[in-house]
Design a binder for this molecule. Sequence first.
Ligand code: ADP
Length: 225
Amino acid sequence: MSLYQLEHLTRAYGRRIVLAIGQLEIEAGRMYALLGPNGAGKTTLLNLLAFLDEPSTGSLRFRGKAVGSDRAERLALRRQVVLVDQHPIMFSTSVAANIEFGLKIRKIDRTARQRAVQAALETVGLERYRAARAHELSGGETQRLALARALALAPTVLLCDEPTASVDTETEKEIQKALDNLVQGRTTIAIAHRLSTLRKADRLVVMDRGVVVEVGTHDELMARQ
Ligand code: ADP
């Protein structure tokens, strides 16, 4: 089943078209990796899929329904997706409070919130930092907190701009484990900077200068070389 359908979609800044997609379908439950050079339009596409931005022309459908400009409708759609940024911004409160925030906004009751926070902390291995201030975490721990925050929201779609900053091997493993948990059984679209992510993805979407150049599995794209 198609979760997203994009048709003749463009995004322009002034007169400059930075994204032009003839046709692209994102199937539910699969993992997609976006790749391409800087300026290819990967972030622009991710923001459109997160309903944070609107196309200049063309159509974007989600679960078969055209996504319009209605504010309330867009807000409701935004609750189904989570965008994990390269540089996550945390509140200066505790680690637990940062995870709980999104659940409060979604009006989840206290008991369910606490359960979700605990489970997310355990999944990313940050239980012992529960009461610590989020701003005191290391770079790698902050990335794991961002993943915990996303995990607790149990989104239908995970959109992710993979961090490029190098972390030590141990931290890398922890982050990878947290990410694997998050991706499990969820539609994921990630701007991929790591080879391991490209290998895991069900489909690679190769972009260049605002255009989707190729879509296929890792093996299919290799065979076309
Ligand atoms: P990528 O994520 O693949 O590096 P982006 O989607 O960030 O590419 O950018 C695509 C193009 O759109 C770039 O040329 C960039 O300069 C341009 N762009 C992105 N955001 C804006 C903006 N707010 N105003 C003008 N141009 C923008």
